[in-house]
Write a protein that binds this ligand. Structure first.
Ligand code: ATP
Ligand code: MG
Length: 369
């Protein structure tokens, strides 16, 4: 009965000595290996394994196995094909010598299922990320559209009275004598009103964004002219400029005024992040494939700083209109304006923290048309 069981049980079985030398094997092992039994009797078990499996740790400790031990091992059939098996090594003593009953279970189909499940999970995870991103975008663009209308309405109504207040305040300042005790409060009124005018102006810029009027533009020239405009601030903050232009990009069709506004907003953020010196670096390169981009040729312009970076909490909100960490010094509209302009150009904008310190803002423009 035991002999029949060993031979006929529909499971590849073999018996090996403590060095792994095969002493018996049943016909199911013969079948699954594609060898006649005689070809591998007296050989070592390793020789039935795939070449890269032959120095697995388990083979060096066969004599010491005390408990049944399971390991997944790839086997190589006579025709060269591989299969993955879950191998149980069950020790027993016979005539004072250690032996092993070895059960070989083909788990290739389980492996394939596992890989497939992993792939499915991965795909699902990617879809989730994409969906969240789209939802964010939708949320943001409806917020932006609403803010735009609201801002246009309010700004229009407030702009005139503010202008009138400022005019009168300046008249009073011209008239009043220099040692009048009222001069200080009136100066504060003037300063704060001027700030309101600025905020309203940015609101109007934000609301009035027109569709881009695109013409072929040398983007490097546009970038350089934007740097020149900021020279006073760059000097004041002792910021060093670094250029890392990997290539001369082809001219692309953009609205130069709008794109200059984007460059300026991003550079101003960068300069503001480096109040006591730092490096403002510009990079230009061509990219073909990058996460979040459709395949195709894109020009990537990066603007990076060595400032204090953006906190994890703030990072996903920087494109929200009115999100600012600068208190009364910022309106929080800079990056949301940039995003709108870049999206109107069918481009992409990304901002992330740099390894080390500071942030890097990347603009991608499609090279088409
Ligand atoms: N280079 C940067 N380094 C550090 N933080 C940044 C940088 N760029 C943007 N941020 C963060 O993103 C926020 C939003 O930027 P955004 O340009 O939209 O508004 P703002 O600079 O605060 O105000 P505004 O541009 O309207 O004057 C900033 O308040 C800041 O917290
Ligand atoms: Mg800004």
């Amino acid at each position: 009965m035991f002999k029949t069981m060993f031979e006929d049980a529909r499971l590849p079985l073999l018996i090996a000595d403590s060095k792994g030398r095969i002493i018996f094997a049943n016909k199911w092992l013969e079948k699954c290996m594609g060898y006649a039994r005689l070809e591998f009797l007296k050989n070592n078990l390793q020789e039935l394994c795939a070449p890269y499996e032959q120095d697995r740790y388990i083979f060096s400790c066969l004599p010491d196995i005390e408990k049944t031990t399971e390991v997944d091992i790839d086997f190589q059939q006579k025709n060269g094909e591989m299969f993955t098996a879950n191998v149980s090594f069950a020790p027993f003593d016979y005539r004072q010598a250690r032996h092993l009953l070895i059960i070989v279970r083909d788990v290739t189909s389980r492996r394939i299922r596992e890989v497939k499940t992993r792939e499915d999970e991965e795909r699902y995870r990617r879809l989730l990320v994409e969906r969240n991103m789209l939802q964010d975008q939708l949320h943001r663009s409806s917020k932006v559209a609403f803010m735009g209308e609201l801002a246009a309405g309010i700004a229009h109504e407030i702009n005139n009275p503010l202008g009138i207040i400022l005019g009168f305040v300046q008249d009073i300042l011209d008239e009043i004598s220099l040692n009048d005790p009222l001069i200080e409060p009136i100066k504060i009124i003037e300063k704060e009103t001027a700030r309101c005018v600025d905020v309203v102006k940015s609101l109007l810029d934000f609301a009035r964004l027109k569709p881009p009027e695109r013409i072929p533009v040398d983007i490097v020239e546009l970038l350089e002219s934007s740097i020149v405009l900021l020279t006073p601030r760059i000097k004041k903050n002792k910021v060093r400029i670094k250029r890392n232009f990997k290539m001369k990009p082809p001219s692309i069709k953009v609205d130069p005024q709008l794109i200059q506004q984007v460059f300026l907003n991003i550079m101003i953020n960068a300069i503001q992040a480096m109040p006591d010196a730092g490096v403002l670096a510009f990079g230009i390169s061509l990219v073909h494939k990058e996460q979040l981009l459709e395949p195709g040729d894109w020009i990537r312009i990066s603007i990076s700083d060595t400032g204090n970076g953006i906190s994890e909490n703030a990072l996903h909100r920087v494109f929200d209109p009115f999100f600012t960490t600068k208190g009364s010094k910022g309106t929080g509209l800079g990056l949301s304006v940039c995003q709108r302009i870049i999206e109107d150009h069918k481009g992409k904008i990304e901002i992330e923290n740099r390894k080390g310190a500071g942030t890097i803002c990347s603009l991608y423009f499609p090279i088409k048309d």
